[in-house]
Design a protein around this ligand. Structure first.
Ligand code: AMP
Length: 148
């Protein structure tokens, strides 16, 4: 048995994200562990779309979307009092970026919600399942219910 020294929590800005963040903060304090936070930008359209791509006229510009995501991330990290070196905003696929960062940063516990933006229909959402499958360290899933 060992105490966790470096914890990584994955947040997705869903309604449940706050609970996952709170649980991670609580555990990191109990273990006296370093807490890292990751959000993966997986829902912003790529700026260099090919010819023929239909651009929705009511869509916000890429810069505005990115700035909005950055602001949300900074606000959550500020509220959790996360050191600037431990904040990770990364473009990509959540399951890959979360597990790769954990390896690179020698994380010993990853915390994810049981589901997020994909909703309750995908209980044990795809990200949680994939992180459990691919991670080389322990993974804790915070069980989320609709009535929380
Ligand atoms: P989901 O696969 O959408 O049901 O999400 C399950 C959990 O994976 C969420 O509660 C988060 O902890 C994590 N997660 C999902 N998407 C992201 C993302 N884009 N960035 C960081 N974490 C994520």
């Amino acid at each position: 048995m060992h105490d966790y020294k470096k914890i990584l929590v994955a947040i997705d800005f869903s309604d449940y994200g706050n609970l996952v963040a709170k649980q991670a903060k609580h555990l990191s304090e109990n273990f006296n562990a370093e807490l890292h936070v990751i959000h993966v930008l997986d829902n912003i359209p790529m700026p260099d779309t090919p010819y023929g791509t239909l651009i929705s006229l009511d869509m916000q510009s890429y810069d505005l979307l990115l700035q909005a995501e950055k602001n949300k991330f900074i606000q959550i990290c500020d509220e959790m009092d996360i050191a600037s070196t431990n904040r990770w905003l990364i473009w990509g696929t959540p399951k890959e970026e979360i597990t790769q960062l954990a390896l690179r940063e020698k994380i010993d516990l990853i915390i994810v919600g049981s589901h997020g933006r994909h909703g309750l229909t995908a209980l044990m959402g795809s990200t949680a399942k994939n992180v459990i499958f691919h991670a080389k360290c322990d993974v804790l899933t915070v069980h989320l219910r609709d009535d929380q």
